[in-house]
Design a protein around this ligand. Structure first.
Ligand code: SF4
Ligand code: ZN
Length: 728
């Protein structure tokens, strides 16, 4: 590292550590050492400090430990390796900076100053919760989000800011915004241009100053413990994990100052390089990290591609011949009523989408037909049916629903197109802005044609799209579509674990949790909720060497626990020989492992002789004495943890739900919202189990989140679990 930079880094570090010391002292004198503090919805205390040292800082007084640690790192002689980590003087100063920044933000939270607000009420994101990390889990591993960029400072003007951000969005990179340059910032510039900010559009403003970058860093570092199963305090492996698996980088617009330098040095220790638009003196590589460098890219049009090159990201940009930007970052954008040019469906007009398989000869690839009036010639509300016909040598009837379900993503990823719902309950809007850019009805067809090919190259050879705007014709087709929707539902409902010989694996999450294998059966979907058995089957057809492989069940060992010879063997091999026995229907005896993306967690409640279930998104306390975030910490990481299980939501209403442990009658507590969502399914299964009023006997947060209150309630309603045989 050049002398110039090392000096700036160390100078900045002293500044930040002093800042932390002043604010912590003030907080302690005003609020006392014993004041408890927790960032919102996390099980990782002060996550950065926790990851590096393993220490749980729970109070203001505890934060002095981290502060003193940071101070000692700055005062130590270069050859004094008594403190951790030792990465070289300037990089350690960077780590000390991050310790201190975490304290500064914690104290700000205590004083209600975070998340930061602008005068007009606009609120920054602030701390990033565990829930968000888990929510994004699959997207991080399946390539939908190939990387993260922390964009610091401000661009030359707001147009330039938009240009850079759009490039990142089109490349599906998640963007964090922080810091400012001379009172201006990219956040402010994007707001000036009325750009939608938020998780849906991949643009997350963290805070006003550079210090808020710590939110992105103490978020990234959690993934090592949450998904990688690396133990807290094992800082070497943790930093290696962030280097190898968290594809982040910083993009610095505007001048660099000492605080940016020193925060950047901390990020570099995690393996995240920085690419700067303003000139930087050369930095020589040094030490354990791959990127001990800040790269200068003077051409603003090239800065995004340069960053991708430096960080070594693999990104494919979808090239579709339409006049608006395209990519998943635009999926979450809404089109407001006043901005709408074409409005279709929304329960106001007849609207549906239907995909069917055809013979090769009956489909002409790329043909797009508009059957009926050209509704895109005049603004308004219209009926329309979308018919997609596909043919392919490996196409199967079973895949129709999978391809059809993708219509939502495909259409809504176009900037200015809003799509909601599915089948005969969809809603499409095209914005005035998109219309003015030249977007017409036929472009919907172009998108569907292009994406069906790019997403399903192995099963789709030909795609034809018909947009039926003639209401009478559309109605006629709707009858056929509805018949087909019904047939598909019946077919899926009829699939059971017994009626098939092949299950499917999913090892997509192994890039995060190296020993985790999801075994997907017709009656138990992947724990993230995103892959069911049919999806697994289709995915295997699409990519025979991909993460979804067929598993021959083989000889059955135990039909109640759900254990098969072939499955055991497969799991053993694919879990790096970590798991040798696997039961699909038990949470007590060799259960499935969890990566971290589970929709729900089931936990044993011994005192109730049953189980409680909590869904991701429910952030309050639960009767087992842990919040979702804490529970998740003990379930994830690819280990078998009897008594705890991560599952997909729909498994809760499966006939195979905890078959070996007593089934649905074991459920004694779940959040009200989850009860509502699954009401129909639970009632059906409960009736089959001979307890038709089970739903009313399941406690929720309105009964209590204390185990004693729950038990009292269970006694009162005579819950069936109380008289079942003991779970342990
Ligand atoms: Fe990950 Fe399992 Fe979902 Fe596959 S099915 S993405 S392994 S959680
Ligand atoms: Zn996962």
């Amino acid at each position: 590292m050049s002398k110039f930079i090392a000096t700036a880094v160390i100078r900045g570090s002293h500044q930040v550590v002093n800042h932390a010391e002043t604010s912590l002292k003030k907080a302690i004198s005003e609020k006392g050492k014993d004041l408890k503090f927790e960032f919102p919805d996390t099980a990782f205390y002060l996550p950065f400090y926790y990851a590096i040292t393993g220490k749980e800082l729970k109070t203001l007084g505890d934060m002095e430990i981290s502060l003193n640690h940071a101070k000692s790192m700055l005062s130590a002689e270069p050859d004094d390796k008594s403190w951790l980590p030792y990465l070289g003087e300037a990089l350690d100063a960077g780590i000390a900076t991050l310790f201190a920044e975490e304290i500064i933000e914690a104290v700000r939270y205590i004083y209600g100053e975070e998340p930061a607000k602008e005068a007009d009420g606009f609120t920054y994101n602030g701390f990033i919760t565990d829930t968000i990390l888990r929510d994004l889990g699959i997207q991080l591993v399946d390539g939908r989000m190939p990387g993260f960029a922390a964009v610091l400072g401000a661009a030359k003007d707001s147009k330039e800011a938009v240009k850079v951000i759009r490039q990142l969005q089109e490349r599906k990179i998640l963007i964090f915004l922080a810091g400012e340059t001379n009172g201006n910032s990219v956040t402010k510039q994007l707001r000036q241009e009325n750009i939608d900010l938020g998780w849906e559009t991949y643009i997350v403003p963290l805070g006003k100053d550079t210090i808020s970058v710590i939110y992105a860093l103490n978020w990234a570092i959690r993934s090592a413990m949450m998904f990688g199963g690396i133990k807290k305090g094992n800082y070497k492996d943790i930093l290696k994990y962030t280097l190898d698996r968290v594809h982040a980088f910083a993009l610095v617009l505007g001048e660099l100052d000492d605080i940016k330098w020193t925060t950047g040095a901390g990020a570099i220790s995690m393996g995240f390089p920085a690419i700067s638009h303003s000139k930087v003196p050369e930095i020589k590589p040094n030490g354990v990290c791959r990127y001990e460098e800040v790269v200068w890219e003077p051409d603003i049009d090239k800065i995004v591609d340069k960053s991708i090159e430096v960080r070594g990201l693999k990104i494919e940009i979808e090239k579709i011949d339409i006049p608006v930007p395209y990519g998943p970052a635009f999926e979450g954008e809404r089109v407001r009523k006043e901005d709408t040019y074409l409005d279709i469906g929304a329960n106001k007009t007849m609207s549906f989408e239907y995909l069917r398989m055809k013979n090769m000869d009956d489909v002409s690839d790329g043909k797009i037909i508009i059957d009926g009036p050209k509704i895109d010639e005049k603004e308004g509300l219209y009926p329309m049916g979308i018919l997609v016909e596909v043919a392919g040598r490996k196409m199967q009837k079973d895949f129709e629903s999978i391809l059809e379900r993708k219509i939502h993503h495909f259409l809504s990823e176009a900037h200015g197109v809003f799509h909601m719902g599915q089948r005969d309950m969809n809603w499409i809007r095209i914005s005035k802005e998109a219309y003015q850019s030249g977007f017409r009805l036929e472009h919907l067809g172009k998108i569907l044609h292009a994406r069906m090919h790019s997403e399903f190259p192995a099963i789709v050879d030909k795609v034809e799209v018909m947009l039926i705007t003639d209401e009478a014709k559309a109605k006629k087709l709707l009858v056929e579509a509805q018949k087909s929707y019904k047939e598909r539902d019946e077919r899926v409902a009829g699939l059971t674990d017994e009626t098939v010989d092949i299950y499917y694996s999913c090892t997509l999450c192994q890039s995060y949790a190296p020993n985790h294998v999801c075994v997907i059966t017709p009656e138990r979907l992947g724990l993230c909720g995103a892959y069911n058995w049919l999806d697994g089957k289709a995915a295997y057809e699409i990519d025979a060497t991909g993460p979804n492989q067929p598993i021959k069940k083989g000889r059955i060992i135990d039909s109640v626990k759900g254990q098969w010879e072939g499955v055991n063997e497969f799991v053993y091999n694919k879990s790096n020989q970590a798991i040798s026995v696997f039961n699909a229907y038990s949470m007590m005896d060799n259960p499935m492992t969890s990566c971290g993306c589970f929709e729900c967690i089931i936990a044993l409640l011994p005192e109730a002789n049953g189980v409680m279930i909590v869904n991701r998104g429910f952030t309050d306390m639960t009767p087992c004495g842990m919040k979702f975030s804490t529970l998740a910490g003990s379930v994830g990481g690819g280990n078998q943890t009897p008594g705890f299980l991560g599952v997909g939501r729909l498994y809760l209403t499966s006939k195979k739900f905890l078959l070996a442990d007593g089934g649905i009658k074991r459920i004694v507590w779940m959040p009200k919202e989850l009860k509502e969502q699954l009401k129909e399914g639970i009632q059906k299964r409960a009736a089959e189990a001979g307890v038709p009023d089970l739903l009313d006997k399941i406690a929720d947060e309105t009964v209590g989140t204390e185990s004693s209150a729950v038990c009292e309630f269970l006694q009162r309603v005579n819950h069936p679990a109380l008289t079942m045989e003991p779970m342990i």
